[in-house]
Structures are given as structure tokens and as C-alpha cells.
Write a protein that binds this ligand. Structure first.
Ligand code: PGA
Length: 253
């Protein structure tokens, strides 16, 4: 399976900046250096159309959105629908990112609803999980990851397994490693990814073949070592994806 390298630009870049980064990225990707990788880019909403125009021609590259609301249309002030995202060129979404869980207080049940909603409407989902430092230190790693996976995926287990395999990716991102410069050590990544695979295997339909990405302070300097670890099927990159050069170095690691 090709390793998946995903860029989460978070709340950064206006349209011109996003287009410039996407153009540099497209030039780097079409130089052929990225063969063997699948690339995903999650720009802020207002830049999705620009970015998907630029990256649309790149092989193995998709554009997604960082959020959406699970309803068709209507009285949801400030929210955005999947149809609007599809119209702008996005066909993947992030669900359960730690900033949505901890800053915006999205609950396991809302995340389950969003995951089910997107997958049953042919959108792909990168479903993010991860423990806080407090939870890790209290010995709750297994409990937290088990709860986040079991509850988050509770609504999708009756969808076809082939759909889930094509459209569902898990991203393990320890909250204490996101944006802190503290990448999880080899031992921690191996342990958490094995645990995630184990929990996935125990779901009503065995989901252990879903790709599991690592995220949290991924940089060009540590990407290769992380990608070499067992059960690491790719990387979700925040800060180091904002510059095209740095992101291309991670793609080509
Ligand atoms: P970071 O963010 O690479 O800046 O740590 C990762 C993420 O939040 O997905």
C-alpha cells in the first residue's frame, strides 16, 4: 500500500498564499519525485476551490476539508455542508482532530455522527484520535484510544467493508505531540499503533487493514524514521506542511 502523506493547514493562509503553496507543491509532485506516495491536502475552507484547481491534475492527490456539519442544508449558522465542499472540489474530511475535540469541544457522539454522515455520502474520512498527556500519565492510553475508536466508528460498521477500506483512514495523534515540537518516541508510536490496530481488529467487522497515520510534530528530519515503523501507514502533518518545500521533503522522505 502507498504511504499516505497528509497536510493539515489549519487556520493558516489566505487564498493567494494557498494558491502559491499549492502551485509549488504541484510542481514538485509532477517532477515525479513523489511516486509511491498518496498525498492529501486540507486547506482552510475559503482556499479549497483554489487549491483543488491547482492540485486537480496531480496523480494520487486529493483535497479535503478540515470540518463540515452533518446536515444537508438549513438553519446551521456558520456551518458548511458536504455539498458545498464537493462543489469547491473537496471529497475528504478530517473528523475528530484534537483541536476540534479539545478547543471546540466536539463530543464522541457528534464525531460518530459526522463520520457516519460523510462516509455514507461518498466522502472519505480521516478520523483522528489521540490521548492528552494527562490521560497518558494516568495510564489511560488503552481506554482512551479504545473509547475514541469504538464510539467514533459505531455508526459505520454496517457500511460495506470495501467502502470503509477505500474511504476511511485513522490518524493517531498524541495531543501532547501536536504543535509542540515533541514528537512521540519510537517506542510510543509502535505501542500506540499496535494498540490501534488491535482495537480496529476487534470491531464488529475486522478493520485492522485500515491505514493508520501518525501525526504530531512530524518534520522533514523525522519523517523517514517514522515511516519506517511497523503499522505506520503514513503521516498527518501540521506546521511542517505549510511550506511546500518542507512538505515535499516529507513526501519524498
Ligand atoms: P503538527 O500538527 O504537525 O503541527 O504537530 C499535526 C496536526 O495537528 O495534525
Amino acid at each position: 500500500m502507498k504511504k499516505i502523506i497528509a497536510a493539515n493547514w489549519k487556520m493558516n493562509k489566505d487564498r493567494a498564499q494557498a494558491r502559491a503553496t499549492a502551485e509549488e507543491l504541484a510542481a514538485g509532485l509532477s517532477a515525479g519525485r513523489a511516486s509511491g506516495r498518496s498525498v492529501m491536502v486540507f486547506p482552510p475552507f475559503l482556499a479549497i476551490a483554489e487549491v483543488s484547481k491547482v492540485l486537480g491534475g496531480c496523480a494520487d492527490t486529493v483535497v479535503g476539508a478540515q470540518n463540515f456539519y452533518p446536515a444537508e442544508s438549513g438553519a446551521y449558522t456558520g456551518e458548511i455542508s458536504l455539498a458545498m465542499l464537493a462543489d469547491a472540489g473537496a471529497n475528504w474530511v478530517l473528523v475528530g482532530h484534537s483541536e476540534r475535540r479539545h478547543v471546540l469541544h466536539e463530543s464522541d457522539s457528534l464525531l460518530a455522527q459526522k463520520t457516519q454522515y460523510a462516509l455514507s455520502r461518498q466522502f472519505g474520512v480521516v478520523f483522528c484520535i489521540g490521548e492528552t498527556l494527562e490521560e497518558r500519565e494516568a495510564g489511560k492510553l488503552t481506554d482512551v484510544l479504545t473509547r475514541q475508536i469504538s464510539q467514533g466508528l459505531s455508526g459505520v460498521l454496517d457500511l460495506s467493508k470495501s467502502l470503509l477500506q477505500e474511504k476511511l483512514i485513522i490518524a493517531y495523534e498524541p495531543v501532547w505531540a501536536i504543535g509542540t515540537g515533541k514528537v512521540a518516541g519510537e517506542k510510543e508510536v509502535l505501542e500506540a499503533h499496535a494498540l490501534v490496530k488491535d482495537v480496529l481488529a476487534k470491531q464488529a467487522c475486522d478493520l485492522s487493514s485500515l491505514p493508520v497515520l501518525y501525526g504530531g510534530s512530524v518534520k522533514p528530519a523525522n519523517a523517514q524514521a517514522l515511516l519506517a515503523l511497523a503499522n505506520v501507514d503514513g503521516l498527518l502533518v501540521g506546521g511542517a506542511s505549510l511550506e511546500a518545500k518542507s512538505f515535499l521533503n516529507i513526501i519524498n522522505a
